[in-house]
Design a protein around this ligand. Structure first.
Ligand code: NAI
Ligand code: MG
Length: 481
């Protein structure tokens, strides 16, 4: 693509796998794709060029009813199936995902804008790993919950965001099915295509009809799913604002709710840390997936004595990042997921200026068409500034300094969020002390943004309720007696 020109003289390495995308997609209900009752569709774009990729159905109230009824009808048969049989279906889905991994990676990148290197090497392998992992639990629930009678909850309504579209679908669907629940899943409006592909895979795996239903639509469709009396459990990942609205909507019902919401994680670098390694971790922490990551290391806390040297190294490293065609295998930073998200990020960058921040952006070319943001590093802001306190969800890092461990802990904990964090130090005892003191569900020591289906993920404070991943990821989907 001639739009994408490198400043560094690297040779473009475009992904050549072609993925067929239909002009229009129906809703995956009862094991098959069906037309939406209201005959309404909306576009999904390729954020790297702003062009329409396809149209997907907008599920109406009637469609939500149909999907929930289908999940309800399938529940008895599915929940009574021996765990080892349920596990076989999950293993089959996992294997089909592996077989179609390249296609899924390309489609994820086309619909959402993330670099192909990430969708190919991180997202899609983790999607398969998640199904494999929970397939293993399906016939071992009595070991997960010893001395308890374990039953599934019923129909799970699952609403997911656009930053890790297929991975979030896997995080939601795999534990629900392993525990014997049935599902209605709604992907985000800007990235519905891989979830719909998963519908095809699920049909190919021969999963009994109605065990998983996938309906597309916007916030209104999500709201209808949350309010539906046939839904027994809601699992949501997305903005804190919508998470709170869902909690309110469920308050008057018996529905169980798990929420995975925003974050504003601190990546804390001590003077004794291996600084070059820390720089890699800082870059990965904030620029992975354009910073559209709830657990992103969006605040950097640096011990004052190494501030200058670390910043010099960081600016140099950020200047070497390749921003451009997400389908190029060299690309480090892809496209911003949507025009709305780009304006939100731009708003925060201008707010940082108003708040007295100093803004660094490397002098790199960015494509003319599509939605792009250069990697941005902001220094000189105070703890109370909005750019330090609020989730931006873009490639924007706010840098602060500290002098003592206690000050670092205090600053790290001083936001409404508590999802994740990172600590960099040569001293194991220091890493241990700080990771224990940070009020966050996920902590990394001398690394960042590492994921595994066996480790639990979730938040403290306004970052959410409940855990996904590991044996803990089964809890929201079981009734114990
Ligand atoms: P959002 O929370 O509106 O969207 C997430 C999902 O919720 C989508 O599937 C959407 O259709 C659905 N939804 C929207 N309104 C709903 C409602 N009233 N009831 C039920 N479902 C509803 O997030 P949005 O607007 O795409 O992004 C806004 C900000 O949220 C981002 O800038 C970012 O800061 C944050 N965010 C955080 C995520 C995370 O993983 N923690 C993921 C996505 C966004
Ligand atoms: Mg899209």
């Amino acid at each position: 693509m001639s739009d994408f020109i490198s400043d560094f003289g690297y040779s473009p390495a475009p992904e050549r796998t072609k993925v067929a995308v239909k002009e229009r997609y129906g809703l995956f209900i009862g094991g098959d794709f069906v037309l939406p009752s209201g005959d309404k569709y909306f576009p999904t774009y390729n954020p790297a060029n702003g062009e329409k990729l396809s149209e997907v159905s907008e599920a109406s109230e009637e469609d939500v009813d149909r999907a929930v009824a289908s999940a309800k009808d399938a529940f008895e048969g599915w929940s009574l199936l021996p765990g080892r049989e349920r596990g076989k279906y999950l293993f089959r889905i996992a294997r089909l995902i592996q077989e179609r991994s390249r296609e899924l990676a390309v489609l994820e990148t086309m619909d959402g804008g993330k670099p192909i290197r990430e969708s190919r090497d991180i997202d899609i392998p983790l999607v398969a790993a998640h199904f494999f992992y929970y397939a293993g639990w399906a016939d071992k629930l009595e070991y997960a919950f010893p001395m308890r009678k374990v039953s599934p909850i019923g129909v799970a309504g699952q609403i997911i965001p656009w930053n890790f579209p297929l991975l979030m679908a896997a995080w939601k669907i795999a534990p629900a099915l392993a525990a014997g629940n049935t599902v209605v899943l709604k992907p985000a409006e800007t990235t519905p295509l891989t979830a719909l592909r998963l519908g095809e895979i699920i049909a190919e795996a021969g999963l009994p009809n109605g065990v998983v239903n996938i309906i597309t639509g916007g916030g209104r469709t999500g709201e209808l799913l949350v309010k539906h009396p046939g839904v027994d459990k809601i699992a949501f990942t997305g903005s804190t604002e919508v998470g709170k609205a869902i909690r309110r909507a469920a308050a008057d019902t018996g529905k169980k709710v798990t929420l995975e919401l925003g974050g504003k994680a601190a990546n804390i670098v001590f003077a004794d840390a291996p600084l070059d390694q820390a720089v890699e971790g800082i870059v990965n922490g904030i620029f992975f997936n354009q910073g559209h990551v709830c657990c992103a290391g969006s605040r950097l806390l640096v011990e004052e004595s190494v501030f200058e040297v670390l910043m010099r190294k960081l600016r140099h490293r950020v200047s070497t990042l390749i921003v451009g065609d997400p389908l190029d295998k060299n690309t480090d930073i892809g496209a911003i997921n949507s025009e709305e998200q780009l304006s939100k990020i731009k708003y925060y960058i201008s707010l940082a200026e108003e708040e007295g921040g100093e803004i660094f952006q490397p002098d790199v070319a960015i494509p003319q068409r599509g939605w792009w943001c250069k990697p941005t590093v902001i220094t000189g802001l105070s703890q109370s500034s909005r750019v330090v306190q609020e989730e931006i969800f873009g490639p924007v890092l706010a840098v602060q300094t500290f002098r003592t461990i206690d000050e670092a802990i205090l600053k790290a904990n001083n936001t409404p969020y508590g999802l994740s964090g990172g600590v960099w130090s040569d001293k194991g005892s220091k890493v241990f002390r700080v990771t224990q003191a940070i009020k966050a569900g996920v902590m990394w020591g001398n690394t960042y943004n590492k994921f595994d289906p066996a480790s639990p993920f979730g938040g403290y404070k306004e970052s959410g309720i409940g855990r996904e991943g590991g044996v803990f990821g089964l809890y929201p989907y079981v009734q114990l007696s």
